[in-house]
Write a protein that binds this ligand. Structure first.
Ligand SMILES: Cc1ncc(C[n+]2csc(CCOP(=O)(O)OP(=O)(O)O)c2C)c(N)n1
Length: 399
């Protein structure tokens, strides 16, 4: 075949369109829905301790999510975002990393944070924005951050973490740290321009980053199929940027774990960014402000319950003889009691003192911020019943 030397391209003499709509990247699945290892698949090496730690974290996150949705309904917290149905994606991938790797999440990766060791008390302090919250009550619930655990604080504006991850990973490469950055995002966020800029830069500059797309079928009420994209999901975009790319069953903890392990190796040993697309389903509403009955059917939701990642992994653990149904239930009950106790306790911890609202940005808070703070205090003094927790500390309350 004739070649164009400058572009290093084969030359063809008939018009050939490449049909993007016909492309279908396959999906890696190791653990079948019935909890058995798929024929021909290679189960990744995982000792009992790690397998039980993953399962334990999955159970904890499931309980935390269910309880906190209920707490929001009871008016105890303002807002909540659950990761119901997506536990394998965040926990299975976090389990394949080193603790020194940076995690940059979207807002549904509480599983990765819990796997790193964020305690139930730390989760609750953030959710109640009390004075023990590491973020000093300045963020909406679920916008966790923990420097000690290398978990970057969650930002609300979609996709901002993706170029930040490219930049952070570039720094890791410069420092020869031997670590990588994993960046989670939804298929909806992948429609933002930031996604494209970030992936292109990561590929060109060869940075140790793992871009993990959780394709959970919806961006609030926008279904991914047909309305979010016309092509084969997110994975082909990695190919287009010249990156190693893989699509996995996001509800299969082994597929997620194996793909992330391999991706990490490419990232830290070869400085190659990788794109992983985990196919999953958002089992609950987008957040507690959403009602999915307006845009999807119960039948659709029920069909996904059969693919539940926690149930699937539990079946495998039971087949393996590493946990019994009774032990799993006992674990669940203990975790539930711990979540409820932490919830009750965090609720009674005072909120941060209002004076702290203007601290930590400037060495000395500037005049205009002090003025705004005084105006805010005057407002709270006027309507104390609307701000009971803040009002009780405003005058004379210890800072
Ligand atoms: C720049 C920007 N646009 C819109 C929003 C509102 N918003 C918050 S979450 C969301 C959907 C995101 O969907 P996806 O990325 O697929 O993640 P998922 O919620 O499904 O996990 C939207 C539109 C936002 N936070 N930021």
């Amino acid at each position: 075949m004739a070649k164009d030397k400058q572009h290093q391209l084969d030359i063809v003499t008939k018009p050939q369109f490449i049909d993007g709509s016909a492309l279908k990247i396959p999906m890696l699945q190791i653990l079948a829905e019935d909890g058995t290892i798929r024929k021909g698949a290679e189960q990744p090496e995982m000792d009992k301790e790690l397998a039980l730690k993953i399962f334990d974290t999955m159970q904890f996150i499931r309980i935390l999510d269910e309880r906190m949705i209920a707490a929001q309904r009871q008016g105890r917290i303002s807002f909540y975002l659950s990761s119901l149905g997506e536990e394998a994606a965040s926990i299975g991938s976090a389990a394949a990393l080193s603790d020194q790797d940076m995690i940059m999440g979207q807002y549904r990766e509480q599983g990765a944070l819990a796997f790193r060791g964020f305690t139930v008390e730390q989760f609750m302090n953030q959710l109640f924005s009390n004075e023990r919250d590491l973020g000093k009550g300045r963020q909406m619930p679920v916008h966790y951050g923990c420097a000690e655990l290398n978990f970057m604080t969650i930002a609300s504006p979609l996709a901002t973490q993706i170029p930040q991850a490219t930049g952070y990973a570039y720094g890791q490469k410069m420092d020869k740290s031997g670590n990588c950055t994993i960046c989670y995002f939804g298929e909806g966020a992948a429609s933002e321009g930031d996604f494209h800029a970030a992936l292109n830069m990561a590929a060109v500059y060869k940075v140790p980053a793992i871009f993990f797309c959780r394709n959970n079928g919806y961006a609030i009420s926008t279904p991914s199929q047909g309305e979010q994209y016309a092509g084969d999901g997110i994975a082909p975009r990695g190919v287009a940027y010249g990156m190693k790319t893989i699509r996995v069953d996001g509800n299969d903890v082994f597929a997620v774990y194996q793909a992330t392990q391999l991706a990490r190796k490419l990232a830290v040993e070869e400085n190659e960014p990788v794109l992983i697309e985990g196919m999953s389903y958002r089992m609950a509403g987008h957040s507690t402000s959403d009602d999915p009955t307006g845009y999807r059917t119960r039948e659709e939701e029920n069909a996904w319950r059969a693919k539940d990642p926690v149930v699937r992994f539990q079946k495998w653990l039971q087949n393996q003889g590493w946990i019994s149904e009774e032990e799993a239930q006992q674990n669940y009950d203990e975790k539930k009691a711990a979540v409820l106790a932490a919830l009750k306790s965090a609720e009674t911890v005072p909120v941060p003192h209002i004076d702290e609202i203007i601290e930590d940005v400037y060495d000395t808070p500037p005049k205009h911020l002090k003025k705004q703070l005084e105006a805010l205090k005057a407002h709270i003094r006027k309507y104390p019943e609307a701000y009971p927790k803040t009002a009780s500390r405003i005058d004379g309350g210890d800072k």
